[in-house]
Design a protein around this ligand. Structure first.
Ligand SMILES: [Mg+2]
Length: 246
């Protein structure tokens, strides 16, 4: 039995934004060169190690343990997150990221079209960033008013692919998981996770994921969109199929 589709939930990085290869050491060097110029490389490496360790725990627990938030990681390394120095360094880190967070040009038109056919829009991102960083990015790219609810795992005890992460965003949208379509670029976190929560899943296979971030578990997406805009065509077809069967 096919449920009516009432919501579309998007992954963020590599899905609503085009995939960029990021040098993970350089992002932390951008922070460290402000926070501790005398030992910038050392601090950047400690931040990188701490970050990778948190993502490793997430993978090994299949999302039953989230990464936690950036602030917790900074505090764990003895950084004073209330200091002006930290805020300046964090600003430089965010400036490093800014060009890599720009939305796919097809994102706003797609979200507008999906809303026009009565669908709710959600975002579910595995992220250490606080909600405020993501909101600034969505505001800059004129997406903020097109998103009905967003869930960030920096605020959650679990993360994708844990099914509770998917249930949580469905609940925020006021719909059942079976009424949701999930769109993401990772077979394990996004596609496998969404399907085990009872959602249909569309894969955007454009990300050049680092091998270490791709566990063996694989999944078969319900559909593949080679451009973000193709999501509309796929969902329209599913809705027509559903109504003709009803
Ligand atoms: Mg992604």
């Amino acid at each position: 039995m096919t449920s009516t589709i009432r919501a579309v939930i998007f992954d963020w990085g590599g899905t609503l934004t085009p995939w960029h290869d990021i040098d993970l050491f350089s992002q932390w060097y951008a922070y460290a060169e402000f926070y501790d110029p005398a030992d910038a490389s050392g601090l950047a490496q400690r931040l990188l190690d701490a970050e990778l360790d948190r993502w490793r725990v997430l993978r090994e627990t299949k999302g039953a343990e989230s990464t936690g938030a950036l602030d917790a990681m900074f505090v764990g390394l003895g950084i004073d997150v209330t200091s002006a120095l930290h805020l300046r360094a964090l600003g430089n880190y965010l400036d490093f990221w800014a060009p890599h967070t720009i939305a796919d040009p097809e994102a706003a038109p797609l979200l507008n079209e999906l809303r026009a056919i009565g669908l709710k829009i959600g975002v579910l991102s595995n992220t250490m960033w606080p909600r405020s960083h993501h909101q600034e990015v969505f505001m800059r790219d004129d997406l903020i008013d097109l998103i009905d609810a967003a869930a960030y795992t920096s605020e959650m005890p679990v993360a994708k692919p844990h099914e509770e992460a998917f249930r949580s965003i469905a609940g925020s949208l006021g719909v059942e998981p079976a009424e949701c379509v999930f769109v993401g670029d990772r077979l394990w976190d996004d596609i496998h996770g969404a399907q085990q929560a009872g959602m249909r899943a569309i894969l955007i296979p454009h990300s050049n994921l680092p091998a270490v971030q791709v566990p063996d578990d694989s999944a078969m997406p319900d559909a593949v969109a080679y451009r973000l805009g193709e999501v509309l065509t796929i969902i329209r077809a599913w809705r027509e199929d559903g109504s003709s069967r009803a």
